[in-house]
Ligand binder design. Structure first.
Ligand code: PEP
Length: 257
């Protein structure tokens, strides 16, 4: 596991769709109807992260289809005078299993930094949520050879994490998010190996997803990279057809097809 590219996963892969700030009720209901009867193959876990307003309305229909529900963010206080915020228990109440934390859009646009992210992790665990912790470097950082140092700093939020706390990490190179650019298989393999090494050093044996312009036609190649245990999908998760093609491609790789 510590040799670059030699990591072989035995974990159940996760395909998670991050809708970001997209979707109203009628569109979400149409999406769910288009998923069909049995959209989640047994050996793949599938999850959707719609906006807060759609969590409760989608909770039951997704559960019936074997799809996990997640949120895109959470606040770390349990309740009180925090206008506009949503607590971890509110997410549990809405049926969430997952919560995305530290997405690059929240780091870069909303200014989230490690201190706040650490508090959110603790609060999510205390409420029984599984965080999907996003990490990733900017293009200049990769060009300057800083990728591993950036990822190590971002993963430092896990230093005091409780043993066995449920966790998924998503490696999302910022330059690949929403741009149509994807990291090459060599870059993905090398970076996932580094992340797994860091996680091992920090005492975590969790899934590491890849995210950044994952589409139906590049899923098989990305999922075949050693150390990739699923995908966090943005744009291509907004249409049921393309999301399901990604799920199927990932399931084929996981089944060794
Ligand atoms: C994301 O938002 O996490 C993401 C990876 O987006 P996209 O697939 O559109 O690049």
């Amino acid at each position: 596991m510590s040799q670059s590219g030699s990591y072989t996963s035995r974990k159940r892969p996760l395909i998670a769709g991050n809708w970001k700030m997209n979707g109203i009720l009628v569109e979400a209901q149409q999406f769910v109807a288009e998923l069909g009867e049995n959209p989640a193959p047994d050996h793949i876990e599938v999850a959707l992260m719609p906006p807060y307003t759609l969590l409760h309305p989608l909770s039951e229909s997704l559960r019936q289809k074997g799809i996990q529900l997640g949120a895109q963010n959470v606040y770390y206080e349990p309740k009180g005078a925090f206008t506009g915020s949503i607590s971890p228990m509110m997410l549990r109440d809405a049926g969430c299993h997952y919560v995305i934390l530290a997405h690059s859009e929240r780091r870069d646009i909303m200014g989230e930094a490690n201190q706040q992210i650490g508090k959110k992790l603790e609060a999510a665990w205390a409420a029984g949520l599984e965080p999907i912790l996003c990490i990733g470097e900017h293009l200049e950082e990769r060009q300057d050879g800083e990728t591993n140092a950036v990822l190590r700093r971002q993963l430092a939020v896990l230093e005091d994490a409780p043993e066995g706390a449920p966790l998924t990490v998503a490696y999302e190179p910022v330059w690949a998010i929403g741009t149509g650019l994807t990291a090459s298989p060599e870059q993905v393999t090398e970076t996932h190996a580094f992340i797994h090494e860091e996680l091992t050093r920090l005492g975590h044996d969790c899934r590491v997803l890849y995210g950044g312009s994952v589409k139906p036609d590049n899923t098989a190649e990305l999922m075949s990279c050693p150390g990739v245990e699923g995908a966090l999908v943005g744009g291509a998760s907004l249409q049921a057809a393309s999301f399901m093609q990604i799920v199927q491609a990932a399931a084929d790789v996981a089944a060794g097809a």
